[in-house]
Design a protein. Structure first.
Length: 519
């Protein structure tokens, strides 16, 4: 009888009839307090009402009572991820991934969690199984395509993106991802179809993806003015929606500089394994990560949130954002040794000697990183202001995070670069030169071997020629550079800004007002 009761409860939940569903779950638990399915359905109900913390507790109870049911682990992992409890989320997802399942949604959920936690090799087979079980789901094909792209299988990724579009012709994320895979040509491009879809959509997110795809297309076709015009159209609705204020960025950068105040000798954790690669996005952080992780003594941990989460926990602030001025201020007096220990425990890949963490926004934490991990190395990327700002303006960042909202506006992007450059100079003048260094993207392109030797020496690593063949590194890449870093270094992105002429005047005026010489 209990199974029938819970079948009905699950049916009611699907129809969002929560009160009778809750009553049936409680009835089942009154008969058997160890009924895992009842606890699970209460977790679904609670999660639907926005109480993610309580939902995670309920899903955890269900997984404890019935560890052989994969969807218990999948939903536990999903809620733990939402709570930024990443190590626990990964453990739950991996536990679920080992179990047999014929439920496509459960498999997809497990894959999404693992993909967001940089475990792409573990995620891909789950997406494959989800698509096999339900080939009519465009979202499943999209997730499979993205996973294949991360793993460097671009032909298979293209096929899966096209499958998603065949099932859902207006799938804007699939369109933008498909266009990003290959150079568009006069003979082979989707500009007309993309423009039709853009005109038909009034959704800010869809227009962002479709407009970026059109901008990429016209850039590839050698029509920079049209590309820039499409970027402006793509970002217009989202720019109005987020209402980004550069003054808030200035407050955050000021708080970052103050994190060195109160530093005490010997306060940090002595581990020297981490190598942090920081800088503004699209300035070469992925390139440096691939170069260093091609060394046999170095593993790439990807773009981690582990340090920011450790800081947030130690600071004890209650705001929803992990990175904000309040948290940076509170972290100044936190137990930074514990931060360093927690970070290493969660970030270090199994069996690795040294490892890289290429989260660009770790630049904001460089002072705290040095205090928490005084033996860690920090490599900061710098790039010509116009090229760097243009690359950020052209980039389609994830809209899940507010930290890149500056990129919806040319002038705001330039103002952010100015603040970032000033913070870089502050760290360079206040942190030990054997712990913090900068490398110019242009210098790496001009002298790959010389700069690689310098960086290996800075990290205390012996020379290894494999670092020069970084493009042969077959490890997954989950950033916007996933396609580029599988090719040798190229020079075409240096001076790219010049081809846009007067179209970049708002950006250029900011830099000139800040005293930068651009030509």
């Amino acid at each position: 009888m209990t199974d029938v009761t819970l079948d009905e409860a699950e049916s009611l939940l699907r129809r969002r009839q929560y009160r009778p569903a809750h009553a049936l779950c409680m009835q089942a638990l009154a008969a058997d307090a160890a009924n895992a399915r009842a606890w699970f359905l209460l977790g679904v109900l609670t999660d639907d009402h926005g109480n993610v913390l309580r939902a995670a507790e309920l899903f955890g109870r269900a997984a404890e009572l019935d560890p052989a049911e994969p969807r218990h682990h999948a939903h536990l992992a999903r809620t733990l991820l939402a709570l930024n409890r990443h190590p626990e989320a990964k453990a739950a997802a991996l536990a679920g991934a080992t179990l047999p399942s014929d439920d496509a949604l459960t498999l997809d959920t497990l894959g999404v969690v693992l993909s967001r936690l940089e475990a792409h090799a573990a995620a891909a087979p789950l997406f494959e199984r989800a698509v096999a079980l339900n080939p009519k789901s465009a979202s499943f094909h999209y997730n499979l395509a993205a996973s294949r792209q991360f793993l460097g299988d671009f032909d298979a990724a293209e096929a899966a993106y096209r499958s998603a579009i065949a099932l859902e012709p207006g799938h804007s994320r699939a369109w933008s991802s498909l266009v990003s895979l290959r150079r568009q040509t006069r003979e082979a491009n989707c500009a007309d179809r993309l423009a039709e879809l853009f005109a038909e959509s009034g959704d800010a997110e869809a227009r962002l993806h479709l407009g970026h795809a059109l901008a990429k297309t016209y850039d590839d076709l050698g029509e920079p003015s049209d590309a820039l015009a499409w970027l402006g159209r793509a970002k217009a609705l989202k720019r109005a929606e987020v209402a980004h204020d550069p003054k808030e960025d200035a407050v955050l950068f000021a708080a970052a500089r103050r994190t060195l105040e109160g530093a005490r000798v010997g306060e940090g954790h002595a581990a020297d394994a981490p190598i942090f690669i920081v800088g503004l996005p699209r300035t070469g952080t992925t390139l440096i990560d691939r170069i260093l992780s091609s060394h046999p003594d170095v593993s790439s941990a990807g773009e981690l949130t582990a340090f920011s989460l450790a800081v947030k926990h130690a600071a004890g602030t209650s705001g929803a954002r992990v990175l904000d001025a309040e948290t940076l201020e509170a972290a100044r007096t936190a137990d930074l040794r514990s931060v360093g220990e927690t970070y290493c425990a969660h970030a270090r890949p199994a069996g690795s000697n040294r490892f890289t963490d290429k989260m660009p926004l770790n630049m904001m934490y460089a002072g705290l990183i040095h205090r928490a991990l005084p033996n860690a190395r920090i490599i900061s990327l710098v790039r010509h202001p116009m090229d760097a700002a243009l690359a950020n303006y052209r980039q389609l960042f994830s809209t899940r995070y507010p930290y890149y909202d500056y990129a919806y506006d040319q002038a705001h992007t330039a103002l952010y670069w100015v603040e970032f450059a000033r913070l870089t100079e502050f760290w360079r003048s206040h942190l030990p030169p054997d712990r913090f260094t900068t490398v110019a993207y242009e210098d790496m392109v001009a002298d790959q071997e010389g700069q690689t030797r310098r960086l290996l020496e800075f990290c205390g690593l012996p020379w290894d020629a494999r670092c020069l063949a970084f493009h042969e590194n077959d490890a997954p890449v989950s950033t916007a550079s996933a396609v580029q870093v599988r090719s040798p270094i190229y020079t075409s992105s240096i001076g790219r800004w010049r081809r846009y002429g007067e179209g970049l005047r708002p950006m250029r005026e900011v830099f000139e007002a800040a005293g930068y010489t651009l030509d």
